[in-house]
Design a protein around this ligand. Structure first.
Ligand SMILES: NC(=O)c1ccc[n+]([C@@H]2O[C@H](COP(=O)([O-])OP(=O)(O)OC[C@H]3O[C@@H](n4cnc5c(N)ncnc54)[C@H](OP(=O)(O)O)[C@@H]3O)[C@@H](O)[C@H]2O)c1
Length: 284
């Protein structure tokens, strides 16, 4: 008996990395794609471009910052194509601000979007996977910013740290049961990526945050330039798609990503201090 196509759900598929994942998956083996975001028209246009024999696509409006919307998305996707095999929590957005000015509302909004949305996805799919012994996979698109804090991105970075932590926690808790051990949880840590992400993040610092990013990219310091170099959405999406069915716990698509994290753990602060000093030097 031939296996049915995988049912893969991608949040934040209306742009950037999520849209690129949909393109790559549509070009591969037969697949059922559930695409979700707030801009439904963009999803429908993408689906029209990608539908082909063996590529079934359903589009859903949803707000990743609302628990009920995430649960409803799971219900609708299952109604369209049956049980989910892979859930990719990719929807996300940033905020540039000075931490000392952060409001509770801003912090909580970033947590809902960039951390709790992943938790709500677990709660939406895992009880059924555990009850049926389904070998599903969760893929959380975290960030290198979820491995270390960085200036002017406090709320985003804290929320992505949270996303990374709940993924690590879930992976361990699932080891407690045979059904849990069939489920895979993968955390992906992209570095800076060329997408609408930067432009769509409000800058409440009066331009200081955007200026710092620009200085680091043009710095004479090789390490600073390396860790702030940008990848294409295709590069990141390929890394995500490769993890499907791979059972990898974590993936670092950025060439310097895992090295930077390791270096920062072994010599706390070194990477950030080089980054900061080079940014300051190139200012003069
Ligand atoms: N770009 C980078 O440098 C970078 C680096 C590390 C990690 N990441 C992570 O990669 C993921 C994708 O980012 P990207 O670079 O592809 O950014 P992007 O081009 O701005 O795309 C973001 C996607 O998330 C969706 N989204 C945002 N807020 C949403 C909400 N409240 N509800 C539902 N969907 C929402 C957007 O769709 P709608 O606006 O249509 O809702 C869009 O499809 C994010 O989780 C981001 O944190 C990005």
């Amino acid at each position: 008996m031939t296996k049915p196509p995988l049912h893969i759900l991608i949040t934040g598929a209306s742009a950037g990395i999520g849209a690129q994942c949909a393109r790559l998956l549509a070009a591969g083996p037969p697949v059922r794609l559930s695409l979700a975001a707030r801009r439904l028209e963009r999803l429908e246009n993408l689906a029209a471009e990608l539908r082909a024999p063996g590529v079934e696509i359903a589009c859903f409006h949803f707000d990743a910052g609302q628990r009920e919307s995430v649960l409803e998305l799971a219900r609708q996707a299952r109604a369209a194509f049956g049980e989910l095999d892979v859930w990719i929590s990719n929807a996300g957005a940033g905020l540039r601000h000075n931490l000392l000015d952060a409001t509770e509302e801003q912090m909580l909004a970033q947590f809902r979007l960039n951390c709790l949305s992943a938790l709500w996805a677990y709660q939406a799919v895992l009880p059924d996977w555990l009850a049926s012994g389904h070998a599903g996979q969760i893929i959380d698109v975290c960030s290198l910013g979820g491995k270390s804090g960085y200036a002017f991105n406090g709320a985003y970075s804290a929320a992505k740290h949270g996303m990374s932590a709940i993924g690590d926690t879930l992976r361990q808790e699932l080891q407690q049961s045979a059904a849990g051990r069939r489920i895979c949880v993968t955390s992906v840590y992209p570095g800076p990526t060329v997408s609408d992400f930067g432009a769509s993040a409000p800058d409440l610092t009066g331009g200081a945050a955007v200026a710092q990013v620009g200085r680091s990219r043009s710095s004479r310091n090789l390490l600073a330039r390396a860790i702030s170099s940008r990848q294409s959405t295709e590069h990141v999406a390929r890394a995500i798609v490769r993890t499907i069915r791979s059972r990898q716990p974590s993936v670092y698509p950025h060439r310097w990503g895992s090295f930077g994290v390791l270096l920062n753990n072994l010599l706390p602060g070194l990477v950030l201090s080089l980054y900061r000093r080079s940014a300051a030097r190139s200012e003069v």
